[in-house]
Ligand binder design. Structure first.
Ligand code: LLP
Length: 421
């Protein structure tokens, strides 16, 4: 459920007409709904009620500080995967003790930044990384809290580019080697082993792969405890999918996910951490764009938009489907026609949808991509020297630009010319 609904024939974000934002900021732009962000965070928080837990929003999904602050004020922690994300979370006011640091390639500098600024835990992904965290902690005279990310070798049944829990993936250490790796961790004086971490992939639409992985984590917890490790926190990663189409079978709800967690891991008495990104931000954001031209091709018609693959890369990169709707509500029963919906970038991959049925549209009309709040703005680029598009946050009847569109001068002046030119 989200807060982007038609009212009197026009699409609204909460109580603000989309057309009003378009008039104020120009197109294309991203718009997020505060009520939807908070609702989705609360669904997870409530699903784990009765268990000691922290929902750490995977801020890679949408990392604008206004979004982070909205969620942090509701009690969320953050999952970060780079020194940049760590700094951004701190800048948004998230305390270090609510920030977990994930990712396969943390550098010594990033580790130092987090140890100095405060960190809830590092999710360690390899032995060499463990050695570096130990060395930096000793150099600073502190103890680094860690979990080890185990790779449970389960099939997440999702797109290959976003599955992470199979043995062929670069993530984590094989669960079969866990005893050895935890023994190493326990022997390193700069580390404090506090738990286990697992994350098997993104956009999972069934509970079964999670359950397989979490059962393996439950077994491992008992084994590691019997080997003398004080396992008291389980980080279960993110990955619960969202409905990208309204006709689709809906993925499981957070409440069902939470019940499964309690069933598989509740008896262990561990603190539970989860790292949802997409489910919190995905359906809390739209990308709004304008039709530049309607072009008739030989065997098909094209809607050429002012938004492009550099603004929303998911269709080009993952063959992802986003529902695309007209901002002016089509009259009931109006005849729809198929269009290829494309951007102006100079490659055929700049296609958002092929032969998508749309109501009659003309040059200048506004359309909105639904479910674009997660992995939309954060994955955008300035390819073709197209400025990064603005982000807008709506809260009730108010809206604010939370990231400005840069000027062409700002973009061009970022280049520097060597003296020999
Ligand atoms: N935790 C870790 C360690 C992760 O790697 C990820 C996502 C998450 C949590 C959050 O997963 P979520 O709840 O959002 O599924 N760009 C791709 C998705 C990449 C996901 C990467 N890792 C897309 O647009 O579909």
């Amino acid at each position: 459920m989200d807060h982007f609904l038609y009212r009197d024939g026009a699409l609204f974000a909460e109580d603000v007409p989309i057309s009003e934002i378009a008039a104020a900021v120009g197109t294309p732009f991203y718009v997020y709904s505060t009520a939807t962000l908070l609702r989705h965070f609360k669904l997870f928080d409530d699903a784990l009620e009765g268990t000691d837990h922290l929902v750490c929003y995977a801020m890679k999904a949408a990392s604008n500080q206004a979004i982070l602050k909205t969620l942090a004020q509701a009690g969320a922690g953050m999952d970060v995967v780079s020194g940049g994300e760590y700094r951004r979370a701190k800048a948004a006011g998230v305390p270090g003790e609510k920030i977990v640091f994930s990712g396969v390639g943390k550098t010594a500098d990033e580790i130092r930044t987090a140890l100095i600024g405060g960190i809830r835990q590092f999710n360690v992904e390899s032995e060499p990384e463990m050695q570096v965290i130990n060395a930096v902690a000793l150099e600073l005279g502190v103890n680094a809290p860690i979990t080890v990310r185990v790779n449970p070798d389960v099939d997440a049944k999702t797109h290959a580019k976003i599955a992470t829990g199979k043995s062929e993936n670069k993530f984590g250490i094989p669960i079969s080697r866990a005893s050895e790796v935890y023994a190493l961790a326990a022997s390193l004086p700069g580390l404090e082993v506090i738990g286990i971490d697992v994350h098997i992939g993104s956009q999972l639409t069934e509970l079964e792969p999670f359950e397989l992985a979490y059962n393996k984590v439950a077994e491992l917890t008992e084994r590691l405890r019997s080997e003398g490790h004080n396992i008291r926190r389980l980080d279960l990663g993110g990955g619960l999918g969202i409905p990208y189409t309204r006709s689709n079978d809906a993925p499981p709800l957070p409440v069902e996910y939470g019940a499964m967690i309690k069933k598989t891991l509740g008896h262990l008495g561990c603190e539970i951490e989860i790292e949802p990104g997409r489910l919190i931000a995905g359906n809390a954001g739209l990308m709004v764009s304008r039709v530049i031209y309607v072009k008739s091709g030989e065997d098909r018609d094209f809607l050429i938009l002012d938004g492009a693959m550099n603004d929303l890369i998911r269709p080009a990169m993952y063959e992802a489907h986003h529902d695309i709707v007209a901002v002016d509500e089509p009259a009931a029963g109006v005849e729809q026609r198929p269009y290829d919906i494309v951007g102006p970038v100079c490659e055929s991959g700049d296609t958002f949808a092929k032969q998508r049925n749309m109501p009659p549209l003309k040059s200048g009309d506004l359309i909105a991509f639904r479910s674009a709040g997660a992995y939309g703005a954060v994955m955008s680029s300035e390819y073709n020297t197209r400025p990064l598009i603005p982000e807008v946050l709506v809260n009730g009847d108010q809206f604010a630009v939370i990231r400005e569109r840069p000027s062409f001068d700002e973009i061009i002046n970022r280049d520097t010319i060597p003296e020999w030119l």
